[in-house]
Design a protein around this ligand. Structure first.
Ligand code: PEP
Ligand code: MG
Length: 746
């Protein structure tokens, strides 16, 4: 069965769309299990029914029903039990009194039944455990494909709402409401990621494809000529084989037929290449089987040239809502200043760096949205509701009016809070909590004037590394850092050294790791690259020339040796910059507490550095063992988890016992509920996004420190995050701050 499973998995992978994949599965299952009928139903949750998607029948059994109620018969039993159901002596429908044997297994994803694969046999038969395991494996393989098709709107498309707009649902990641136009961003050349897209100008599309084919051919010829002197004769046949494929009239004709049927060149290429790959990989001859790889590689090459040709500079609408299947922080950083007003990513969670950057930019964001193919959204007018995670495509005037009003209410609350700008961030019983800013871009220098922050608590330097074609030079870095330091002086600016890795990849330094969040991140990378680290340290130090407001912070610290090494390099950079005649003082240095191990080494670390700052995003991720970027588990990521709160409590106690200040610069500081607890836990400083700062100041000026402290003592005994949230929300409500937890409105 393993060989059959592999073959089916490959065929599913190569099928152009879900219905074809399901038809292949139904056929393979019927043949492999030697049954009379295999049918595959998918659940349409809106209509609460199974819909027949594919069946394969040897004609001895009647055609199955097109749809079945979700709670009806044996299929209903499979959904109810979320487990395989085997049944003998089933009486056939339609008056046929023959006995049937039935085996149905659910297609399950994230605890939800997506459909059923059912087989039936007209003769008396008991299905073996092996056969059941075969179907269970197949269903598990199919689940991801079904979910992707559903999320992309290929099946059970997004519904038209009563307010007359197509509504896509996702994870609310950055609150706020915005009305703008969609700009779709596609990942670089990857045949698998190419969606279907309808075109009308067949001649232009065919011309585009022919040009790409010519370029691919030329590329292979040039490669062949360049390598001829060095490559052994027997290896050179490869190029002739490649050219043979590219010159194949059959391949070209197939692609042109797809284009003539209205498919764009990229989609036509994907469909035909996959079909050919499938044919070759199914061959028993070893040599021919391996040609499948060549065809795939050539398909990628033609795609590269197709995309190269279309690689005009991207034009962004005035009010851009950026949309992509898998947006990266770099995609956001590439949008010219002032144009980005919303972000929708089909993958990731509210804790992904795309969402974090969007929050820093104060741009409403939805993650893991689903319902329509991204290509269909290009240029469309849409309303993004970041509070509820809804994206309305082509909204009706009525809906537009509702959201315009709502956005206005938001503005009114922010306007009202402006009155707090120049008031101290101090509780009514005299506790000061310094509010700082999280920043990352050149344009953030302007925030120095507009936001009443006491400085920058976290400057994420890696963002400026992401929108470049290579590592920025020392001068480029110095200019950027100087701009920020100057804008905020004399207020302190805490610059974090390069923190790449995890989901923050540099486009020019691709690294593949099985567990990137446990891998080459932050200080682990920079210590392995003293060249890059020293360059950045020198740039930071020289940028602070005459300003004396630079603080430096080290990310992802796990052990004291890392700090010792980093300090050594810092001293070296300091000496070098001093020698150049700059007027600088040695900056204060801090360690980010984001790996649990660091918290339990605070005493040792305190002997080496001046301050601590909790990176609650990573700290919670590592305490809870939940990948903060993974939409499948992100509902388990909760910074109010009792274990996280207890670790934070320990961190503050330990830092204060060593007489060191401690701040928190993760997203937790921007959550109104968490902020009350951070006040009560005794944090000295909180660092957050510009858009939220006055709201948090409102909390600090409203809730007395002693009351927050008492609340913390009380909730530290709780063992349920939901209970903790409810308790704090009640306090906010009682204090008249309920508007902060209900979509920002009073
Ligand atoms: C954190 O982990 O909380 C943090 C502030 O760093 P990052 O940039 O990894 O989110
Ligand atoms: Mg971090």
């Amino acid at each position: 069965m393993l060989a059959v499973l592999r073959q089916i998995a490959q065929e599913i992978d190569l099928a152009g769309d879900l219905p074809s994949a399901l038809r292949i599965v139904a056929r393979c299952v019927r043949v492999a299990m030697q049954v009379h009928l295999c049918r595959i139903y998918l659940v349409d949750h809106k209509r609460q029914q199974y819909v027949l998607m594919a069946f394969d029948n040897n004609d001895s059994l009647p055609t199955p029903s097109q749809s079945v109620a979700l709670d009806e018969g044996l299929l209903g039993l499979v959904a109810e039990r979320v487990a395989p159901v085997a049944h003998l002596n089933l009486t056939a429908a339609e008056g046929d009194n023959k006995k049937l044997a039935f085996l149905g297994v659910p297609i399950v994803y994230h605890r939800q039944v997506l459909g059923v694969i059912a087989v039936e046999e007209a003769n008396h038969r008991i299905f073996s455990e092996d056969e059941e395991a075969f179907l269970v494996t197949l269903a598990a393989q199919l689940a991801g494909t079904v979910v992707h098709a559903r999320d992309m709107g290929f099946i059970f498309r997004a519904e038209v709402t009563p307010l007359e707009a197509t509504c896509l649902q996702g994870i609310p990641a950055v609150a706020g409401v915005v009305i703008g136009h969609a700009k779709v961003i596609y990942p670089p050349a990857d045949l698998d990621a190419i969606p279907d897209r309808h075109i009308t100008d067949v001649a232009a599309e065919t011309k585009r494809f022919n040009a790409a084919l010519d370029s691919a051919r030329l590329y292979i010829i040039q490669l062949q000529q360049r390598l001829e002197p060095t490559l052994p004769k027997e290896e050179q046949y490869l190029f002739s084989a490649y050219l043979q494929v590219l010159n194949s009239t059959e391949l070209k004709a197939d692609i042109c037929t797809e284009i003539a049927a209205g498919q764009w060149a990229e989609g036509a290429l994907r469909r035909v290449i996959k079909k050919h790959v499938l044919q070759f990989s199914g061959m028993t001859d070893h040599y021919l089987k391996e040609r499948a790889e060549d065809i795939l590689a050539l398909g990628q090459r033609v795609l590269y040239h197709l995309q190269e040709k279309t690689e005009e500079p991207i034009t962004y609408p005035q009010k851009t809502i950026l949309i992509g299947e898998k947006l990266t922080a770099a995609d956001l950083a590439n949008v010219p200043t002032g144009l980005l007003c919303g972000v929708v990513s089909y993958s990731g969670s509210g804790n992904s760096h795309v969402a974090i950057l969007a929050r820093a930019l104060n741009v409403p964001t939805i993650m893991s949205a689903a319902g329509l193919a991204v290509a269909e959204l290009e240029g469309k007018l849409m309303v993004l509701d970041g509070y509820h995670g809804c994206l309305y495509v082509e909204p009706s005037p009525k809906l537009l009016q509702k959201y315009t009003l709502w956005a206005e209410e938001e503005r009114q609350l922010d306007k009202k809070l402006q009155a707090l700008r120049h008031l101290p961030s101090e509780t009514s019983d005299g506790r000061q909590v310094t509010l700082l800013l999280n920043a990352s871009l050149e344009s953030d220098a302007a925030l120095a004037l507009t936001v009443a922050a006491s400085g920058v608590g976290l400057f994420r330097t890696e963002i400026s590394f992401m929108n470049k074609p290579q590592f920025p030079t020392e001068t480029e870095q110095r200019n950027l850092y100087n701009q920020i330091l100057r804008a905020f002086a004399p207020r302190p600016v805490t610059m974090r050294t390069l923190d790449i890795g995890g989901d923050k990849a540099l486009p020019y330094l691709p690294t593949r790791e099985d567990n990137p969040f446990l891998g080459w991140r932050g200080i682990r990378f920079t210590l392995d690259h003293p060249d890059i680290f020293l360059m950045q340290l020198r740039a930071m130090l020289s940028a602070s020339d005459g300003l004396h407001n630079l603080h430096i912070m080290l990310p992802m610290v796990t052990s004291v040796e890392e700090v010792d090494e980093a300090m050594q390099l810092l001293r070296r950079a300091y000496a070098e910059v001093n020698e150049q005649g700059f007027n600088i003082t040695m900056p204060k240095v801090g360690v980010m507490l984001e790996v649990p191990a660091a918290i339990y080494q605070i005493e040792a670390l305190a002997k080496r550095v001046d301050f601590f700052s909790v990176g609650s995003n990573d700290l919670a991720q590592y305490i809870l063992a939940v990948d903060r970027n993974n939409a499948r588990v992100c509902d388990r990521f909760d910074t109010l988890h009792p274990a996280v709160l207890r670790v934070l409590h320990d961190a503050v106690e330990k830092a204060h016992a060593c007489h060191k200040p401690i701040s928190l610069c993760g997203e937790m500081a921007s959550d109104a509920v968490a902020a009350v607890l951070l006040l009560g836990l005794g944090f000295d400083q909180l660092s957050m996004n510009a858009g939220i700062l006055l709201r948090i100041k409102w909390i600090i000026r409203t809730i007395p420190y002693e009351q927050a402290k008492e609340l913390v003592q009380h909730i530290l005994l709780f063992d349920d995050a939901a209970l903790i949230r409810r308790e704090v929300e009640k306090m906010l409500d009682d204090a008249g701050l309920g508007g902060l937890i209900r979509a920002g409105r009073k």
